[in-house]
Design a protein around this ligand. Structure first.
Ligand code: BGC
Length: 521
């Protein structure tokens, strides 16, 4: 029986090609698509602790917070409208990623990125000038549409562009941009909150126009991926492009495989319905469970609400925003570690190490908060060492996430889907991610209010589950060409039964059969 995470003998294919300047620059530009998502994640939490913002749009929350000063700290921010503000974006992103599947497939990855940038820009503009809650919500929905398009297309783009040996590192450029976006947003919030006159929040929200412009302009200059060009019939241009990207003349073997994968994928009639076929069971499972588990690490409790959380556990307003900046720096730095290691140590190692690290930290943070706040949420005086210990363990937790589930949650799905279901399956990945980002954002403040410090144990439980899942069910995908990925399922102890007997010469496509008929969605 093949090993638990075994990759078996590999595919035997080794396409020639270099890490050219062209592909590096292209991937860096495309990866900036992560900035918009990151900026938004980082900005909302800080803005919702700014008093002038609360007074203008969420007066009740502010009054309650003022009145509650000495009572139960766990519940001071519990307000459905406030959480709706944060989480409305994720529902919009969910819907957009479904539409983006067709755009990405039929019109190319590049156009989806462009649309993502434009929609996000419009949302930022409306938010910066918001006069009423409805404007905030409409703006956030536009931002959400933008994120849906970008997150659908950027990871696929990167995985298709990258030479397979560097795919992990180049793809994680996306996550790096997310973390840089979060950090910039946290720093800006810190300064804008201090602006006299109380309109700093407008700069925070309107500032999202800058990352939007970066990806909008960037995408105009990006070439489409050869995979996508072939898929859309531009075969000869695609060959030229592949030569340029790989920096060599002889790209024949890789090119042939891309064409074959594309030909076979054209025979597939309904990518969505196709996903339900038995042979795609491993892909579908990953498209659902990886994003689900990524969100159930509880990371966004920290990312959205770090200032709120730090405030709740006894830090002043300023110290809270500052702590969010500290976790932001750790997030970026730790992502660099995974860029360095992902193609060396492999995906499984990072997943399992990161999981263990997060688990330990969640237990420690729960114990600290539990010890000080008990169940009634009244801490009394908080010693300085206590604050330091909590922030320290939250940072270790964030770094564990940042070199495991953070980047891999986007990388692994984008590299395992065969071309004929790639766009559709990636939409499932984005939608599930957004759905659970929404769910966590929506219920976090009331969970904090009701579960109290037990909240951290709730997420710890899921971290145990997801690590077991990775250990048994995720094969290693490092160093395998993307259109050759079927090999990893065939040699896996469990998934082989779903794909056995099917010989996919080109990465998961049954040549000459390929589904029920003619056209693609
Ligand atoms: C996740 C986000 C999270 C971010 C933190 C991303 O991979 O999808 O939900 O906020 O990482 O860095």
């Amino acid at each position: 029986m093949p090993a638990v995470g075994g990759i078996g003998p590999g595919t035997g294919k080794e396409y020639p090609g270099n890490l050219t300047l062209f592909v590096t620059v292209t991937c860096i530009v495309a990866a900036t698509g992560g900035l918009i998502f990151g900026y938004d994640i980082g900005i909302s939490g800080g803005v919702t602790t700014m008093t002038p913002f609360l007074q203008k749009f969420f007066r009740k929350v502010w009054e309650k917070k003022e009145a509650d000063k000495s009572t139960n700290q766990y519940c001071q921010y519990d307000s459905p409208t406030l959480t709706m503000f944060t989480s409305s974006l994720y529902l919009a992103a969910l819907l957009a990623s479904l539409v983006a599947s067709t755009v990405t497939r039929k019109l190319g990855r590049k156009l989806s990125m462009l649309l993502g940038g434009l929609l996000f820009f419009a949302g930022a503009l409306i938010n910066g000038f918001a006069k009423a809650v409805w404007m905030l919500i409409v703006g956030r929905m536009l931002l959400g549409f933008g994120v849906g398009f970008a997150n659908q297309s950027v990871p696929l783009y990167l995985s298709e562009m990258a030479p397979y040996r560097y795919r992990g590192a180049l793809n994680i450029g996306f996550q790096l941009s997310i973390t840089v976006g979060i950090l910039i947003a946290n720093v800006l919030n810190y300064f804008f909150a201090k602006i006299k006159g109380g309109w700093g929040w407008r700069l925070s929200l309107g500032g999202a126009m800058v990352p939007a412009l970066i990806i909008t302009v960037g995408s105009l200059f990006l070439p489409d991926t050869p995979n996508s060009m072939i898929e859309r019939g531009q075969t000869e241009e695609a060959r030229e492009k592949l030569r340029r990207i790989r920096g060599i003349d002889d790209v024949d073997e890789e090119f042939r495989d891309l064409v074959a994968a594309s030909d076979a994928s054209k025979l597939v009639e309904h990518p969505w319905r196709n996903l339900l076929q038995r042979k795609y069971r491993p892909h579908l499972t990953m498209a659902i469970l990886i994003p689900f588990f990524q969100q159930l690490t509880g990371i966004n409790v920290i990312m959205f609400y770090a200032p709120v959380l730090f405030n709740t556990i006894g830090f002043g307003d300023d110290a809270s925003l500052m702590s969010a900046v500290i976790t932001g720096v750790v997030n970026v730095a730790a992502t660099l570690v995974s860029i360095y290691g992902v193609d060396k140590w492999g995906r499984r190692f990072l997943f399992l190490e990161g999981g263990t690290q997060m688990l330990i930290c969640q237990a420690v943070v729960a114990a600290c908060i539990g010890a000080k706040f008990g169940v009634n949420g009244n801490p009394g005086d908080l010693p300085k060492w206590y604050a330091i210990v909590v922030v320290l363990f939250i940072c270790i937790y964030v770094s564990g996430f940042a070199w495991s589930w953070g980047p891999l949650g986007w990388l692994v799905p984008s590299e395992i889907f065969p071309l004929e279901i790639r766009s559709a399956a990636q939409s499932i990945n984005v939608s599930v991610n957004m759905l659970f980002t929404f769910a966590v954002a929506q219920v976090f403040l009331s969970m904090l209010c009701h579960l109290k410090f037990g909240l951290f144990l709730f997420f710890a439980f899921f971290v145990v589950l997801m690590s077991i899942f990775i250990y048994f069910f995720l094969p290693e995908t490092k160093g395998i060409p993307i259109e050759e990925m079927n090999q990893v399922w065939k040699s896996h102890w469990y998934w082989s039964r779903f794909v056995e007997g099917l010989d996919y010469p080109n990465g998961g496509v049954e040549m000459g059969k390929g589904g029920q008929g003619s056209k693609n969605v």
